[in-house]
Write a protein that binds this ligand. Structure first.
Ligand code: NAI
Length: 727
């Protein structure tokens, strides 16, 4: 065996090369990083190795593998994309990456990609340029092109190679949604040639490389080999003749626009580029790919999505406390009080993270319902293939339920999710302190100040809020709420636990509605004022979905429960004063028995196939059934600026620590349009002076509730911004 590490000047190298028995293994291990990412430097280094290995007679074949524990190659270095100053610069980056991967594809010795863990974006584009792909058969192996999630398209040949490898329909399915695939499905689809036990990965890859070099193994398109008859037929009918392809692309475009409502240019561009490549050939396809990649890389929408990505990354590293010396306590056992909607969801994500959970309910029947709810959540994961039947059973075994306090002496932290009732919560807090002398008491209250609950505690320093969103297994956000008395170690423990449960965690201050519900308050009450002004329910909802929210405010109220909305609204009004006043519409609807979906009718009629506004609801509203038409733009402005204005106040009040936390909270807690970056980014994009001017205009027309937040006034006067450096 001979070993040759790349020689030459410059800093530490990303690839090491090992030659054994005629096969050179290029091991990618980008120095100083926990995962491999693709940068111009890595590309040039690879190019240099190809130069040498092409000439080396001792080398008959190559294997490309990763030296990182975490995975193969997670994609392009996003910092580099963020740093580009012009579309032309981004296009040139893409062209260069395409050229290097083209060279891999045309390399006259076989190149095998040996893939474990994440193989995403540029990582998969490199792998697709190789002649054979072999995967480590393990759950963390994931392949995909997630670029659209950052408002981009694959820019290193992905839009051209993927459809040629797996067919147009399957490729569009992956690229347009930015989906990733586990190993087994990647092989079935033909994206990879085979999967093998992880410890054998590199050895099998070397064997295959030699077999390819000897001609004992042929480079076949695995999709053709494994496709079912139906798939072969679909390809023949639709994909392999121009007319069929035209139909396929038209259908894909229609479906895409129905989903994105024209708000997300990246998947539309991806579709166009794939199609272009089919109509004009591979080289033309690559040229169009690079051009569109360049344009998108400098677009506002993509910039915002990239910023959100960085904010999330930063939050993953944030312990929740400023002092780096503070360590979270280990949580080895968790308690949950109350196994209703929220408690069962919290138990599910906890056992799902491998934590043993002890759950307490009022009686046996309720305990049984809680266990059944957790089992259903896990069934759903089996259905989505994120776990298998064995894992489901092992996970379910981590949960035990009781109606007493036995088993609670040993929990490190308990999360309370019983009815929203101060006396009940305090009673449980005292009872917990009786049986457990050191555990942390976290409450999932949605509206009671944490300090009031902690008022009953013997150890108020161990009381904290952990505010989850419904449905817990699906909603990504967690608000951790500290009181002035909560110990830093307790904060760090709650934050670490939330991350372990898979949540994006923001630390917020104690106060009415904490952060997310507080900024939602004025938005919702403004929707009520619009109805009082005569607007139509479906027009308000349509204006906000056109703005980019996943659903409009009345659809949201119907889902959450109009009674819940009314209750939260009243609490916010009481706590924050007149600007949170609402016209009382929700109260009237609740009195008339309209609670939303759960009662079959709210603003909409539920139950039938097509959901439609219930005209009878207007009989309960000012103005009756005659509605006035308002422009979408005006509706969206009123609601979005009400939210922006309140967000500015939460920052001033110290409820959120930073605009970053506030933006992440709005996007992941409410569904604020991610391509707008959150309420603080939106204010910066509009400019404080313009925001203040608009608020003053609305104030003159609709009243004092639109009085601009002092922080916005300061910024408008001094030219300030929430993100001063823009980044
Ligand atoms: P729920 O009514 O579905 O569940 C409450 C559960 O607590 C019931 O199963 C009940 O049997 C149990 N319980 C009552 N007294 C108990 C006791 N003494 N010991 C043990 N269990 C007891 O209510 P949900 O929606 O799960 O809400 C729970 C808490 O979470 C409330 O504080 C609520 O404000 C908060 N929350 C609710 C959200 C939502 O969207 N529903 C969102 C965020 C927080």
């Amino acid at each position: 065996m001979t070993t040759a590490t790349a020689a030459g000047a410059g800093g530490p190298r990303s690839f090491s090369v090992e030659v054994a028995d005629g096969v050179a293994t290029l091991l990618l291990d980008v120095p100083g990083e926990s995962v491999n990412t693709l940068s111009a430097e890595v590309g040039e280094e690879l190019d240099g190795h190809l130069d040498r290995l092409e000439q080396d007679p001792a080398v008959r074949a190559l294997v490309v593998a990763s030296g990182k524990r975490e995975g193969f190659l997670a994609g392009a270095r996003i910092e580099a994309i963020r740093a580009v100053a012009s579309a032309a610069e981004a296009e040139a980056l893409s062209r260069r990456a395409q050229a290097i991967f083209d060279r891999v594809e045309r390399f006259h010795k076989p190149v095998v990609a040996a893939i474990h863990g994440a193989c995403l974006g540029g990582g998969l584009e490199l792998a697709m340029a190789c002649h054979y792909r072999i995967l480590a058969a393990e759950p963390r192996t994931r392949l995909g092109l997630p670029e659209v999630q950052l408002g981009l398209i694959p820019g290193a040949g992905g839009t051209q190679r993927l459809p040629r490898l797996v067919g147009i329909a399957a490729a569009l399915d992956l690229i347009l949604a930015g989906k990733t695939l586990p190993a087994r499905r990647a092989v079935r689809l033909g994206l990879a040639d085979e999967a093998c036990p992880p410890p054998l990965l590199r050895a099998v890859a070397r064997e295959r490389a030699l077999a390819l070099a000897r001609g004992a193994l042929r480079r076949v398109r695995p999709a053709g080999r494994r496709a079912s008859r139906a798939e072969v037929l679909q390809r023949a009918l639709l994909e392999e003749n121009p007319l069929g392809r035209a139909v396929l692309f038209a259908q894909a475009r229609r479906r895409l626009l129905a989903k994105t409502r024209g708000l997300y240019p990246a998947p539309e561009a991806a579709l166009e580029v794939v199609r272009h490549g089919y109509e004009r050939g591979f080289a033309e396809g690559l040229a169009r790919e690079a051009r569109r990649f360049g344009e998108l890389a400098v677009s506002e929408g993509s910039r915002r999505l990239v910023e959100v990505f960085f904010a999330q990354t930063a939050l993953r590293k944030d312990s929740g406390v400023a002092d780096a010396a503070i360590q979270p306590r280990p949580v080895e056992r968790l308690g949950v009080l109350g196994g209703g909607l929220m408690g069962s969801g919290i138990a599910s994500v906890s056992v799902g993270a491998g934590l043993p959970v002890r759950l307490r309910e009022r009686d046996d029947a309720a305990a049984g319902r809680a266990l059944a709810a957790v089992a259903r959540h896990l069934d759903e994961r089996v259905r989505r293939r994120s776990i298998d039947r064995h894992e489901r059973l092992a996970t379910l075994r981590l949960l035990t339920a009781t109606t007493g306090w036995e088993g609670f002496a040993g929990v490190d932290l308990v999360i309370e999710a019983v009815f929203e009732d101060l006396a009940l919560k305090q009673e449980l807090l005292r009872a917990f302190e009786e049986v457990n002398a050191r555990g942390i008491f976290a409450t999932n209250t949605s509206s009671i100040p944490i300090a009031r609950i902690a008022g009953a505690a013997r150890r108020p320093e161990a009381v904290i809020g952990m505010h989850y969103f419904s449905p817990v297994p699906r909603m990504p956000l967690l608000e951790v709420i500290a009181t002035p008395r909560t110990a830093p170690e307790v904060i760090a423990t709650a934050v670490a636990l939330g991350k372990r449960q898979g949540k994006t965690v923001i630390r917020v201050g104690d106060g009415p509605g904490f952060y997310v519900n507080r900024i939602l308050g004025p938005y919702m009450s403004e929707a009520g004022w619009l109805l009082a002004d005569g607007a139509a329910i479906e027009e308000v909802d349509a204006a906000l979905t056109a703005f980019g929210f996943p659903v409009g405010p009345f659809t949201l109220l119907d889902e959450v429960g109009i009674d819940v909305g009314a209750k939260v609204g009243a609490i916010l009004h009481e706590g924050l004063g007149d600007r949170l006043e609402s016209p009382g519409i929700l109260r009237d609807l609740v009195a008339a028995g309209r609670l939303g979906r759960k009662s079959g009718r709210g603003f909409y009629l539920h139950g039938g196939k097509a959901r439609r506004v219930d005209a009878a609801v207007y009989d309960l509203l000012p103005g009756g059934r005659r509605r006035v038409h308002l422009p979408r733009q005006a509706i969206a402005e009123r609601l979005s600026l009400a939210m922006v204005n309140e967000a500015a106040r939460t920052l001033q009040d110290g409820i959120v620590r930073s605009p970053r936390d506030g933006d992440v909270g709005a996007i992941f807690g409410i569904g604020f349009p991610p391509f707008r970056g959150g309420p603080f980014r939106l204010a910066d994009a509009l400019g404080a002076a313009a925001v203040v001017e608009a608020l003053e205009r609305l104030r003159a027309r609709h009243g004092e509730r639109f009085a601009p937040a002092p922080l916005l006034l300061d910024q408008a006067r001094g030219g300030g911004r929430f993100y001063p450096d823009g980044g």
